[in-house]
Design a protein around this ligand. Structure first.
Ligand SMILES: O=C[C@H](O)[C@H](O)[C@H](O)COP(=O)(O)O
Length: 225
């Protein structure tokens, strides 16, 4: 069974948590896209929800599929958010931001009563860090942040889009760092990174996830915290 099918299996299991009247956070990425597609179908069949998108790409896909997308300010609070991840460990800690959407994703997750992560089986890991951790930085500070992260031994690499700096939806930069060899506890690392002025957010999602749904073969396995 391919990763693509496993993503779909997980997404179809997750949308069972969505009921009419809810305000739903829509994640970003290839796995989240299957969830958006499924919700689009449910809306065509009469489901009435409001949705908040975690990226411009998601907003476009959802709107095209007839989903009512509102702003976070209009939503005030979300009932459930379904999103993908680049890595998820057994303690429901995540690396996110491979697609550059970590900042809005973290804000939406923070404001959501229930956070469901969907992923194919390759994303499930015993220890986070094979995937490079994305950090969102303010362009004014990026080069000096890279210098500081280098001194911390985190091998920072600024993300590029061809010859240009990659830009997020908030027009910030992304710097990908290597946390595999660091012995610092993840929560301490998160604090240290956030203490550097100009780092807006990191792709470490350590405490927000309530439910993880992994597609493996034809089966979706749901784990609750
Ligand atoms: O910035 C992107 C998001 O955090 C995605 O949810 C994450 O990168 C996983 O994406 P995909 O489902 O495409 O592997």
């Amino acid at each position: 069974m391919s990763a693509v099918n496993e993503k779909k299996v997980a997404a179809l299991e997750a949308v069972k948590y969505i009921k009419s009247g809810m305000t739903v956070g829509l994640g970003t990425g290839s796995t989240a896209f299957f969830m958006i597609e499924a919700i689009g179908e449910m809306v065509k069949n009469g489901l009435e929800i409001k949705a908040v998108a975690t990226s411009e790409a998601t907003k476009k896909s959802a709107t095209n599929l007839g989903i009512n997308v509102i702003t976070l300010a209009e939503a005030k609070r979300l009932d459930v958010t379904i999103d993908g991840a680049d890595e998820v460990d057994e303690d429901f800690q995540l690396i996110k931001g491979g697609g550059g959407a970590l900042l809005r994703e973290k804000i939406v997750a923070h404001n959501s009563d229930l956070n469901i992560i969907i992923a194919d089986s390759s994303k499930s890991v015993s220890r986070l860090g094979k995937f490079k951790l994305p950090i969102e930085t303010i362009p004014f500070a990026t080069q000096l942040i890279i210098k500081e992260l280098n001194e911390m031994g985190l091998k920072p690499v600024q993300r590029m889009n061809g010859d240009e700096d990659y830009k997020t939806d908030e027009n910030n930069d992304i710097v990908d760092i290597d946390i595999w060899d660091t012995n610092i506890k993840l929560s301490d690392l998160e604090q240290q990174l956030k203490a550097i002025p100009g780092i807006v957010e990191t792709g470490l999602f350590l405490t927000s996830t309530n439910l993880v749904i992994i597609g493996k073969g034809e089966q979706a396995t749901t784990s609750k915290k």
